[in-house]
Each structure stands twice: as C-alpha cells, then as structure tokens.
Design a protein around this ligand. Structure first.
Ligand code: TXA
Ligand code: MG
Length: 508
C-alpha cells in the first residue's frame, strides 16, 4: 500500500485535505493525524473491521482497547451509557483536551474497538486538525498512538512514517505535537474515579473540580504484582532499541554516577547514551549525550521524551542512562513513560558513586611551575579506570605564570606538554571529601595541615604510593636535573595510577 502524506497548517486548515481524509476513514481506511498529545492512528470507531485493520498495522495485541475520539460533547451519549454526573464538570474543564474518560459502552460500539470490554474510552482532542477530521469522518474515530506496538509514541509525522509507511492509507502532517505524552486516562466506572494512566492533567487538577480521585497503584514502580487496569499499560512500551536504565538519586549524585558509567564504557571502547537536561549537559564529557529539555520547564521534557528515545535508535549505543525527574505535575507522567521504556530498570546512583573514593587529584608544590604541573600531566597520561579532575597548585604563587621552560622541554621530549598551564595558589577552597591532595614534599603537607584543619586526604606523593624516593627539586639547576626529577616523578605517578586503579576495584 502506498501511504499518502498531506501537510496541513493548523492555523489555516485545508478543507480539501480534511474531506479526503474523512472519506478514507468512512470507507474503512486508516489515517494518522496529529492531536495535542501524540499522533493517533485513526479508523472508524463504529466499524468492527476497521479496528482489526488498526491492530494489524500496529502489530498490537487485540485485547488492548482503542480510545474513541469525538468532536462534539453531545456525541458522548451515543457511545456511552450510565454516564456519571461528574462527567459534565470534567468535560467543561478539560474537554477538548488531553483527557480520556472510561464509561460503560453503548451497543453502538463494537467489541473490536473496546478489545472485548463492556467499557469504552472516550476523548475529545483539542487539536483543530483532529477535531475537523473527526467531524469529517462522521464523529467517532478510534485512535491509538500511531506507532508500531512497543515503540515510543510518535510526536511528528516523520515518526509515524518510520513505523507505519506502507501499512496505512494516509498521514496528515500537522507538525510537532504540543504535549508529547498520551492523555490522562480516568476511569469513570468506579467511585471515586481512578487515574489509570498519568498525563498532562493531574490528580490535583481533577480534585479541584470533582474532589478526590484514586490512582491505579500499578502506574509507578515495578513492585506491584497486580495487572494494571488499562490493558495497554501492562506491556513494555515506548521502548528504544538500546537498554535504557534510569539512574536515581539526588541530581548531583545522578550526574556523578552517569559520568562514572560513561567513562568506564568509553574506556572499553563503547560509548553509552545519556539522557540529560539543559542544566546538566555541561557536566558530561563522555558518551552520546542528548538534551531532553529543561528542568525549569517540565513540559519541554514531556515534549521531547519520545523523539529523544527514537533518536537513540540511530546511534550506536547498547545502553542509555537517564537522569530521573521530579514527580510533580506532568513529572509523574514523564517518569511513568520513562520507567515503561526502561522496562522498570533502575539503579540507585549511590550504588555507583560509592565505588569511587576520589574524583579529583591536586598535586601541590611550592610555586606550581615544575614538579606539580609535571606530576599532573603525567597522571593525565596514565590509563585510569575512573575519571579524575587532575590539577596542580602551589603554596607560594605570587602571580599566575606559565610552567617553567626547562620542565616544559623535558615533558616535550616525552611527548607531553605543560602548554597552557598557569600556576595557581592553593587556597583550600571548593575541596570536597573526594579530593585527594598530594604534595611533592613534606613541607607543603605540614603547611596545609596547619592552615586547613578541615581537609581530609592530604598526603605526600611518596607516602601515598609507599615509596620513599625523594622527589628532587631541580629549580635553578641545569636541564639534566629536570630530567632526573622527571624520572622519579614518572615512576611515582605510575605507582599512583596503579593505586588509584586498585581503589577503583574496591581494594583499600
Ligand atoms: O493521547 C492519547 O490518548 C492518544 C491520542 C492518539 O489520542 N491515544 C492513545 O491511545 O494513547 P493508545 O491506544 O496508545 O492507548 C490507549 C490506552 C491503552 O493503555 C488502553 O489499554 C487504554 O487506553 N484503554 C482503552 N480503552 C480502555 C478501557 N475500556 N478500559 C481500560 N483501559 C482502556
Ligand atoms: Mg500507545
């Protein structure tokens, strides 16, 4: 089958396109169309065979019922019975919009559409293209998300074509959707009504209108053994091809954990994917990092979630790590979809970060122009199992200066460089428990301990690696003295790297 693609402008709807699409639906065909939540795969909701086609195109299990979309509130009465009185208030507040309500179905709705259930899910979308199409199709359009079953829901027409090109009659391309996550599902057949799927309309928003609602306990977390009440929620869903793992903890810890995982993978020659936010992106150095939106505006995260998951399918990654997001407002829906996409795979950030004792190494010498910078550069050139921020500082730095020229000459002859080094005064600021301070001789260590009584992890380099070869100070001596200093430092730093790598494997 050739899938026809028609572009449409939401602000200036081409009636001709809508009429053509409406005719396809009336004849029992399939048309994908934009809604404010995600793209839907439309069919005539009152035709048994149309539902069958929908399941086939999506590869969806036929016990998973479809949502019937309407464009006129009066039409609800034609497909639902025993409509509870709160419905009017809910519809007045949230329809048209990203809310689906479940009612007892009327005889008009075939069991094909409801997956064999006696209830029917109904939504009145606010997207003007969707509303026009529903009207043109006769008023009742069943529409699951227009993706292959199990894949992330489509938020653009391109996503629809990735999954369904050649399998459906037509796609109406109305650009990117607004919300990006599927509608909130509220079951009106129980008292109080129950949220079966979280979305942009939250429990708090319902409560302001009709008082307390309940929430299906299976929505978040893998602990529950019960089956979710919305049949579709039991499947692994929204899933990218790579394994997705959610890292949980406070944000600082999540970043540190993901950095560690990304560094380890990079060392093994395999980059991981990282789902980060505008605020956290600068912290990642390794891995394929994608910006999902800004934490300041959670709606931006909702809008980008599925497209980011799809984008990772184009990348050569086996594993994707995601930061987690606050559970307020639409955050609950974001975490619900992310957990489903991850098949509930989560790791506590602390379990990863506690494996790394030191994250920063500072070499301290007197003027920070010879031994300190040389040691730092030597360590940067070691094979390290974990990632460290490596610096050097001096105890008497009167003003910032480049590295000593003889030191640079020696480093150059060993294919390294101190170019760009600028000496810095040690001031004890910004140091944390994961900072390792290594002095080139005992004087600096004593001075630091005397001046800063809160610092942990201050050692001479010799002491830390258990080798008491003194590090000679070549300052003011001929080049050969710098060479001798280099030899000693190279050996000690080699031992240091080995020691750090042992710590990385959990040995003290
Ligand atoms: O935002 C949306 O709701 C999108 C757009 C296209 O409107 N549609 C959508 O449909 O997400 P779908 O088929 O991907 O998800 C429908 C969900 C499934 O989890 C299904 O099991 C549940 O609604 N559902 C449908 N009818 C139900 C019923 N009678 N009882 C319980 N759950 C029902
Ligand atoms: Mg879906």
């Amino acid at each position: 089958m050739k899938t026809i693609v028609k572009k449409i402008d939401k602000n200036q709807i081409d009636d001709e396109v809508i009429r053509e699409a409406g005719d396809v639906l009336k004849r029992g065909g399939l048309v994908a169309f934009p809604t404010e939540t995600v793209y839907g795969l439309g069919a005539d909701a009152l035709k048994e065979e149309a539902a069958k086609k929908t399941y086939e195109a999506k590869g969806r299990p036929s016990d998973n019922p479809l949502i019937v979309h309407i464009s006129d509130y009066e039409d609800l009465k034609k497909i639902a019975v025993n409509i509870p009185p709160e419905t009017d208030a809910l519809a007045a507040h949230f329809w048209p919009g990203p809310l689906t309500m479940i009612f007892e179905k009327s005889e008009a709705v075939p069991y094909g559409t409801t997956g064999g259930l006696d209830t029917v899910a109904v939504r009145m979308p606010s997207d003007p293209v969707a509303a026009a199409l529903i009207r043109a199709a006769g008023g009742f359009v069943s529409a699951p998300s227009a993706n292959t079953s199990g894949r992330p829901s489509p938020t653009t027409a391109e996503h629809v074509l990735e999954d369904l090109d050649g399998k459906i009659d037509m796609v109406i391309d109305g650009g990117s959707v607004d919300i990006g996550l599927e509608s909130t599902i509220l079951d009106m057949t129980v008292d109080p009504p129950m949220i079966l799927r979280p979305g942009a309309i939250t429990a708090d928003m319902f409560e302001e209108v009709i008082g307390p609602v309940s929430v299906d306990e299976t929505i978040l977390g893998s602990e529950s053994k019960k089956a979710p009440k919305a049949p579709g929620m039991k499947y692994r869903h929204y899933a990218p091809k790579a394994k997705l793992i959610i890292v949980e903890g406070d944000l600082r810890e999540e970043i540190l954990a993901i950095r560690q995982l990304a560094y380890a993978a990079h060392r093994d020659g395999k980059d991981v994917g990282i789902i980060a936010t505008g605020e956290t992106i600068p912290f990642y150095k390794y891995g394929i990092v994608k910006n999902i939106g800004t934490r300041e505006n959670e709606r931006s995260i909702a809008r980008n979630l599925y497209s980011v998951l799809r984008e990772f399918d184009e990348e050569d990654v086996d594993t994707i790590y995601s930061e987690s997001f606050a559970m307020q407002g639409i955050g609950k829906a974001i975490m619900n979809r992310l957990e489903k996409a991850a098949g509930h795979m989560r790791i506590p950030a602390a379990a990863i970060t506690k494996r790394q004792k030191y994250r920063r190494v500072i070499f301290v010498s007197s003027a920070d122009s010879v031994r300190g910078p040389m040691a730092a550069e030597l360590l940067r050139n070691q094979e390290l199992e974990q990632e460290y921020v490596i610096d050097s500082m001096g105890m008497v730095v009167l003003f910032p200066e480049p590295a000593n020229q003889k030191a640079e000459a020696i480093m150059k002859s060993a294919q390294m460089t101190l170019e760009g080094h600028v000496s810095r005064q040690f001031d004890g600021e910004g140091l944390q428990d994961d900072t390792l301070i290594l002095t080139v001789d005992g004087n600096q260590k004593e001075k630091i301990l005397a001046e800063y009584d809160n610092l942990k992890n201050v050692y001479t380099l010799n002491e830390f690696v258990g080798d008491d070869t003194e590090i000679p100070d070549p300052y003011g001596k001929p080049l050969t003295a710098y060479g001798e200093c280099y030899e000693v430092l190279a050996r000690l730093v080699g031992q240091l790297a080995a020691r750090l790598n042992l710590l990385a494997e959990g040995e003290e």
